[in-house]
Design a binder for this molecule. Structure first.
Ligand code: ASP
Length: 301
């Protein structure tokens, strides 16, 4: 399963095609007998290199004009996890996250040292042109769950200009051995102060994977997702016996009622049951089980 972000905008035909390609890529990886971690990384790589989503080469700029990206990956058998935050000029932040998981004793690397770490492992670099600027007024109109007036005033005082981009990406998979994995990669949200980090690289918030429950990859406004540690709570509910649909519904309802958050979730159990749910008007996502064509839509309920 893969997603291309939750929000208000309808998915484009190119995004639909790209998500279907990413699903096929991930499924083929699993078909060769590779791990769910490998499938998640390869699925997300397709989305990161497309330029059609807010991740990898399509990432938004922060308000100082710098593109800083976040990504994470987790494996459900050993509970190993890796993540990067505020990494720059790397084509595949998800690959850097996996290297943190597999080549270090750590879970999260941030900022310039994370970029140097990626260089050390010779990950492809990426220097993309600026994706576009819009007025505060337009952004405010576009963002249902956008920043408060206080934040906007702060941005103005700092003389920073807002930017828009596309959507965060993520994937979950289960391999032949029954091991689940999840991952996510993002350029963040619109109107980000420099240095802002969302849920995506935070284990338990943007992603979680445990063979005892399942795998979750989140998208949406990271600040709310962090405050409820949403991914971990969904997995805990799976472990306690809830179905993927029920676990997602209960936790997303809590997100909305307690703190008026906005999010979407991919939820996968080790036995293959899954759910896609969102509190936003749309979520660009899909799945493929190897028969027929991949299913990709921008609304699930
Ligand atoms: N969750 C991401 C963040 O807050 C954004 C998104 O999913 O669109 O950085």
């Amino acid at each position: 399963m893969a997603h291309g972000g939750a929000g208000t905008r309808a998915m484009t035909a190119m995004q639909r095609t790209c998500l279907a390609d990413a699903l096929v890529t991930g499924y083929e990886v699993l078909g060769r007998g590779a791990s769910s971690v490998e499938a998640v990384e390869m699925t997300i790589r397709v989305l990161e290199s497309s330029g059609l989503f807010n991740a990898g080469v399509g990432s938004r700029l922060q308000l100082d004009g710098v593109r800083r990206m976040d990504a994470s990956i987790m494996e459900g058998r050993t509970l190993r996890a890796g993540a990067v935050a505020g990494i720059q000029e790397v084509r595949h932040p998800i690959a850097a996250a996996r290297l943190v998981m597999e080549e270090t004793e750590h879970v999260l690397l941030v900022g310039e040292p994370a970029t140097r770490f990626a260089r050390y492992f010779k990950l492809k670099s990426d220097r993309q042109p600026f994706p576009g600027r819009v007025s505060f007024k337009l952004l405010r109109a576009q963002q249902a769950s956008g920043p408060t007036r206080k934040t906007l005033n702060l941005y103005r005082a700092m003389r920073v200009r807002p930017t828009v981009g596309l959507e965060t990406v993520g994937a979950v998979a289960v391999d032949r051995s029954g091991t689940v994995a999840s991952g996510a990669s993002t350029g963040g949200i619109a109107l980000m102060l420099p240095g802002r980090v969302g849920d995506t690289p935070l284990i338990g918030c943007g992603v979680y994977a445990d063979n005892g429950g399942g795998a979750v990859s989140m998208t949406g406004v990271g600040e709310g997702i962090i405050r409820l540690a949403v991914a971990k709570e969904i997995v805990d509910r799976l472990a306690a016996g809830a179905s993927p649909a029920l676990a997602a519904r209960l936790v997303l309802n809590k997100l909305v009622t307690r703190i008026r958050g906005a999010a979407g979730a991919l939820v996968l159990a080790p036995d293959g049951r899954f759910a896609i749910r969102h509190t936003t008007p749309r979520m660009c996502a899909g799945w493929w089980t190897g028969t027929g064509s991949p299913v990709v839509r921008d609304r699930f309920r």
